[in-house]
Each structure stands twice: as C-alpha cells, then as structure tokens.
Design a protein around this ligand. Structure first.
Ligand SMILES: [Zn+2]
Length: 631
C-alpha cells in the first residue's frame, strides 16, 4: 500500500485537489457574508434548504475567497513537487517528508469544509502549507546539504532576484559579485573514491592534488565533461593525442605536449594506486581503477541548459550552478609503440525513465510492454557492443510493473550493474570461473516470475535459460548483435538445440543509437526526388530535410560546439516469433536472407524504417542514418 502511495503521489495529489474543490460548493466559509464572525460567536446552524420551495437570488460564493484558496493550492502543488524531487535528488527521507507535506495540507483542506468561518480556516490552510515546507527547508534540508546548495538563504534570494530581473532587462550592478572568480568556468575536483571516508583514499586524494599537473588534469576533465563526453582517451606518441567520445562518436582535439601528458598521467596513477600496496608503485596495465570527479559549472544562459541535459540541469541547478558527481573508470593499454589511457565517465541517466525516453515509438513501446507481461517465454534485448544495451534492458525493466511479480536478476559479482528497485539480484563470480548456469538452479527453485540474465555468454547458461523459458518463467536476456535476426542466429551458433531456440524465444527487441541533429544549427535543404524515392518518403511529407551545419561556417554553434549533432536517440525493431521463422530455424541451415524475407512478410518494421521516419521529421540526417546502419 505504501509503495502504491509512493508511486502515485502525483495522482493522489490530483485526487485531493479535485476532491477539495468538489466540496467547495458546500462550504459555509465561502459565503459572501463576511460578518459571520461578528454576528454570532456561536457555531452557526446549518441552513437546511427545502429544494421544492427555495429559490434565492443565486451567486452565494465569493470569487475572491475561492481564488485565494486556489492560488494557495497551486503554490502547494508546486512546492510539494519540488520537495519530492529534492528528497529524491539528495536521497533524503522521502517516506517521512512526503506524507507530512501531503497530510497536513489535506487535513487543512478538509477543515476548510468543516469550519464555517473563512479567515480562520484560510489561516489554518496557510499554516498547513508553509509550516511543513519551511520546517523541511530550514530544520532538515539546509543543514544537511552543502553551503552553495542551500535555498532561501539571503544569497540564494539575492541570486533569484538578480536572475529574474535580468529577464525583464534590469541588471543589478553588484550582479557580478554574486559569482566568485572560480565560479565562472567549469570546475572539477578529483577524488580517489566517492567514499572518501577511508583514510588511504583520502591520502591518495591529497597526494594527487599536490602533483604539479593537477590543474592541467582538472582543466582537461572539465572541458571533456562540459562537452558531454562519455570517454576520454589519451594516447602517447611524439605528442599526447586527446580524443573525446561524444554521443558515441570519437572527436580529435588539439594534441598537447608530452610533458603535460606525463604530468596528467602522474595525477591519474596517483589517484589509482593503492599506497599500501608496496609492490605496485604506479598504476599498471591490466588494472582497472575507479575514482570520482565532481563537476561544477555556472549555468547562466539558456544555451547551457540546452547543452547539459535540460531535465538534469533543472534538477541539479541551485544558485544557477550545475553539479554532478561522475564516477571515472581508468584503464591502461600499453604495447611496444603504444600507450593509451582510457577514462570512462559514468554519468547519471536519471532523465531516462521509459522506453519512449530512449526514442522508441509509442506503438513499439506498447508492443514491448505487452510482451513483458507474458508469464513464460524468452525476450531477448539486443544491440551492438557499447550500443546502449545496458540502458535498453534497464529501462525496459524500469517500465514494467515490478510490484505484482517477483523479479530476480542473475549478475556477475565482478561487474555488477546498478540495482533496479524490486529486482532481486543473485550473483555468480566470474573471476572464480563461475557462470550463470551455476546459480540458475537455485534461482529457479525460489520460483520467481521473471528471471533476468543480462548476457547469454556461454552455451550451457543459454540452454538452461531457454529450458526455463519453456516452463513457467519469463526470461529476459540480452545478446550483442547487428539486428534482431542476427541475435536469433547468434543463439543458434552457441549450439543450443534449434527446437529449443524456436520454442522458447518469443520476442527480440533490437536497438541502435543514432545522433540527433543540433536544433540550434541544423540546416534545411531541398531533397532531390531520387533521394526521397530511395528513402521511400512521399514528396509531400518532406518538403525539406535537414543536415548538420558545415563546420567551416564562421560562427561556431554554442550548443554543439560545431559538431552539428547534439544528444542521441534510438531506432528500434521488434521481431515476434511466428511459425514461419520457427520453420526456418529448425530447417538445419537457417540463413539471414530467408529470415529477413519472412519477417518482412509478417510486417516487421525495421530499424531502417524507423530511421527514415526520423530523417523525414528532421530529427536526424541521412548521413547519420547511413553511418549508424553501416556498423
Ligand atoms: Zn549546433
């Protein structure tokens, strides 16, 4: 029950709201008789009205009073929503504060109906609104968060006033004094670990900050994070080459000198090396190390809000400052003439909640949701390596109801995925030579409804999962492949009996990431009729298409920094198993062309179809679609 209440908080608020206002016509306190209190100090008699004989002049309600309550109510909805988001963001006690905020106000709304005097009832409503909200901010929240994240402090109010006056063209003269010097550019602190409570890690952090190249390192990280890079690659030759992976595409940056490069790697290896480990004095090849980067940036323009993810920007923005904790994974590859330091940034994706957020069409998302409701069979999620498979399967799981059914996931304890609420993880240890098949019998004995096993890595595990899917389990698996049909063939290649594959797998969902054109600088052009014909777009549906701005144009776009693309979405295809496909799979020599033909005939819409739709809508370009499908 509590879970339901939590999930549907917004829903309950709306119900309360409607309920409150439906009752209003019955409110004695809303009558226009403002002398009610002075006339009699006793509780007034209810005016029972005989509907057959009574006819009055009408209009008994004060618009002013109703409006006052409505404004207060809307303010409360806004504040309650902010408090809920804030609790989530700072991981504070949601189960305590949300009920307090909702409960107090609901009670006062009810009292509004019971108390026959408007002003005392309104005062109660005002207290029920401001009391919990202010208590939350001043006695609970502000003392727990860092200085610059506190709200309703004199500095914060000054900032808000200055910011809002700027919109109407008034610039407060001491505006600039609101920002200290180091607030102006992106700012990065590197720490040996997110959990800095451990003394050895603190020592490493302090050591790293004393290395001469620390400033160069934080500048580099700040630039990479500001451009939304997800990976940073440093390669050593005559100079230090620098590359950023942005939206799945590598971009070269101007190289830096070897001296700077060496200073930077010294900082990185100090962060990564355990000082207690005498044998290793620096970060060595084959190791993997994690450290954290706290990225802060002043946001003062619309461009920045667009550049960073808009939802995240709003949520992380206090005092106009963006702040994000980024977990960095460091790996080193060293050969004879080659040395590469790769840093992978794990950036939060908390703006993605549904398959539609990932770019899936509503109809496709509904189809996937329906298959996830089944009670048996196997659903395979598939994508290219580093093509967003983890996100696809996680969001797929997030979008199904996990409260009414038992979900268990089989995870590698060596590389665990972040836990998903209400999915119970069971671990196997790949470093000890274990595979999913080693813990599947125990998992199935517990009789869950759904078994999630991310990677069909070995034949035995794949076969056992297919077996379980034929019984009363819904199995959700994933496999790397170029398209949905190849995913099926890849399971066959693992020597799982074809009858088992054909009988157990019910659906394959395949996705590819595709970059979106930058909405600030994309340029329209008139497509030739041949191109439209090739794309299968009727000429009346696309009078113009869009392509990325030419990089040589004189002004570099603020949003995409001249790349022409900004952000990614996905193109998807869903393959439903049918008798024709089953026949080909068990025929002994299945090939992809036969499968394609049959799937087409059954009406499957491919990723190419979805991609063409995005081109016609101007979301992406023909060039990008070609690049993505060539992989
Ligand atoms: Zn742009």
């Amino acid at each position: 029950m509590l879970k339901l209440l939590k999930v549907n908080l917004f829903f309950w608020r709306t119900i309360l709201c409607l309920g409150g206002f439906v009752f209003f016509p019955g409110l004695e306190s809303f009558s226009q008789d403002t002398n009610a209190i002075s006339d009699s100090l006793t509780w007034p008699d209810p005016h029972w009205i005989d509907p057959d004989t009574f006819r009055g002049p009408g209009f008994y309600f004060s618009i002013f009073k109703i409006l006052a309550c409505l404004i207060l109510f809307l303010l409360w909805v806004r504040s309650a929503d902010w408090i809920n988001q804030d609790l989530l963001f700072h991981r504070l006690k949601r189960n305590t504060w949300n009920p307090i905020v909702v409960g107090c106000f609901s009670f006062a709304l009810l009292m509004m109906w019971v108390i026959p005097y408007f002003w005392p009832a309104f005062l109660l409503l005002l207290i029920a609104y401001s009391g919990p909200a202010l208590t939350y901010i001043f006695y609970y929240r502000n003392p727990l968060v860092e200085d610059h994240l506190r709200v309703l402090t004199p500095e914060h109010i000054r900032f808000l006033v200055a910011k809002n006056l700027r919109y109407v063209g008034v610039h407060i003269s001491d505006d600039a004094s609101l920002l200290s010097e180091d607030d102006l550019g992106p700012e990065v602190d590197l720490s040996a670990d997110l959990d800095s409570a451990r003394p050895t890690k603190q020592a490493r952090t302090i050591l790293a900050r004393q290395v001469e190249g620390y400033a160069a390192t934080t500048d580099l990280f700040g630039d990479a994070l500001d451009r939304r890079a997800t990976q940073l690659l440093l390669s050593f030759g005559e100079q230090m080459g620098i590359r950023y992976l942005i939206d799945g595409v590598w971009h070269n940056l101007p190289p830096q000198s070897i001296e700077t490069g060496r200073q930077i790697t010294e900082v990185l290896s100090t962060l990564a090396t355990d000082p207690e480990d005498e044998a290793k004095h620096s970060f060595a090849q084959g190791n993997e190390a994690h450290f954290s980067a706290r990225f802060r940036k002043m946001i003062d323009s619309e461009t920045d809000a667009v550049k960073l993810n808009h939802m995240q920007a709003q949520r992380n923005q206090f005092h106009g400052k963006w702040e994000e904790n980024v977990i960095c994974k460091l790996t080193l590859a060293k050969g004879e003439n080659l040395e590469r330091w790769l840093i992978t940034f794990h950036r939060s994706a908390d703006h993605l909640h549904s398959l539609i957020d990932l770019g899936m069409r509503t109809k496709t998302a509904e189809e996937v949701a329906a298959t996830l409701q089944k009670t048996s069979g196997m659903i395979l999620f598939s994508a290219l390596p580093s093509g967003g498979l983890t996100t696809l399967i996680n969001i797929g799981l997030e979008s199904v109801d996990r409260y009414m059914r038992d979900f268990v996931s089989v995870e590698d304890s060596d590389s665990p995925e972040p836990e998903i609420a209400n999915v119970d993880p069971k671990y196997y240890d790949s470093t000890a030579g274990e595979r999913p098949v080693d813990c599947l019998p125990a998992v199935s004995r517990a009789q869950p409804d759904v078994i999630v096993c991310r990677n069909l890595v070995d034949p035995q595990s794949a076969q056992m999962l297919c077996d379980l899917a034929m019984k009363e389990f819904l199995v959700i698996g994933s496999i790397g492949a170029r398209d949905s049909l190849e995913a099926l063939l890849r399971v066959l290649v693992m020597k799982v009996p074809p009858e088992l594959v054909a009988g157990s797998i019910t659906t394959v969902v395949h996705g590819r990431l595709i970059r979106k054109l930058c909405t600030e600088c994309k340029t329209a052009y008139q497509p030739s009729s041949e191109l439209l014909k090739k794309l299968g777009i009727p000429p009346e549906r696309a009078e113009k298409l869009y392509r990325a701005a030419q990089p040589e144009s004189e002004k570099i776009c603020d949003v995409c920094e001249g790349i022409g693309y900004h952000g990614v979405t996905g193109i998807y295809e869903v393959l439903q198993m049918d008798q024709d496909i089953q026949k080909i799979l068990v025929s002994g020599k299945p090939n992809i062309d036969d499968l394609k033909r049959v799937a087409r005939k059954a009406g499957m819409r491919t990723e190419l179809d979805h991609g063409k739709l995005l081109v016609a809508r101007g979301i992406t370009s023909v060039e990008e679609l070609q690049r993505v499908l060539k992989k």
